[in-house]
Design a protein around this ligand. Structure first.
Ligand code: PCA
Length: 226
């Protein structure tokens, strides 16, 4: 006679942290954002499970892919990662603006100039991640970090703005979900300044812990913001 399983098979699903990285772009071989996301795939963080995913470095298609991921996973927390060559620290982005203004073509050859991410949408969205608490956690993990006031005007800003727009849409079913964006430096083989992959993985891991455990941001003295 079959026995009941010793535990319920109907436990509520673990809340998900969706962690995305981008395809390499601009003729480069690697994108550290994707490698970091893949390194953290499946990790358990404060009762949450990390689901890593890849976004194309393409205007429009990146947001369509993100929208499908949000619908499939209903993440409690979404953190999108992207590469920012020339930056020396993990950059916790505070703002996404309603502007596409591409300096180089995306991976499908599109190069929008002075167009809106969402025509008629608000000028900007703030992330609702606790960037100061995350900054402190990354610093304590020994990884250089800064709070940034601009994610640029290429595909990363497009995704940050689009993410916050999707999360704030009435009836999205994502009420209460939080999201934001972190830019990461080059890998050593890509140029200078750079950080080793393992340090960036450690820093993002610390940032995710802080994000989950800090429902509302903290106030810190000067030092985090550049
Ligand atoms: N960085 C680009 C897009 C993809 C990526 O990794 C950016 O900063 O917009």
């Amino acid at each position: 006679m079959p026995h009941d399983p010793p535990f319920s098979t109907h436990l509520p699903a673990e809340p998900v942290i969706l962690l995305t990285g981008f395809d390499p772009f601009g003729g480069e071989q690697h994108n550290p954002s994707l490698l970091i996301a893949q390194a953290l795939d499946g990790q358990r963080i404060a009762g949450h499970r990390v689901v890593a995913a890849r976004l194309p470095t393409v205007f429009g298609a990146s947001l369509q892919q993100l929208q499908a991921l949000l619908a499939a996973h209903r993440p409690a927390l979404t953190v999108c990662l992207g590469q920012a060559g020339g930056r020396a620290a993990l950059s916790l982005e505070r703002i996404g603006i309603n502007l596409n203004d591409a300096r180089i073509p995306d991976n499908r050859g599109q190069q929008p100039i002075d167009t809106a991410v969402v025509p008629g949408g608000p000028a900007a969205y703030f992330t609702n991640l606790p960037v100061k608490a995350m900054w402190r956690a990354v610093q304590r993990a020994g990884v250089p970090c800064e709070v940034s006031q601009t994610a640029g005007t290429f595909v990363c800003n497009h995704v940050l703005y689009g993410l916050m727009h999707l999360l704030s849409a009435p009836g999205s079913g994502l009420e209460g979900a939080r999201g934001g964006f972190v830019h990461v430096p080059w890998l050593p083989e890509q140029g200078t300044p750079h950080l080793p992959l393992r340090n960036m993985v450690r820093g993002i891991h610390a940032a995710l812990w802080a994000a989950v455990l800090t429902p509302a941001d903290i106030t810190l003295g000067a030092g985090a913001t550049h």
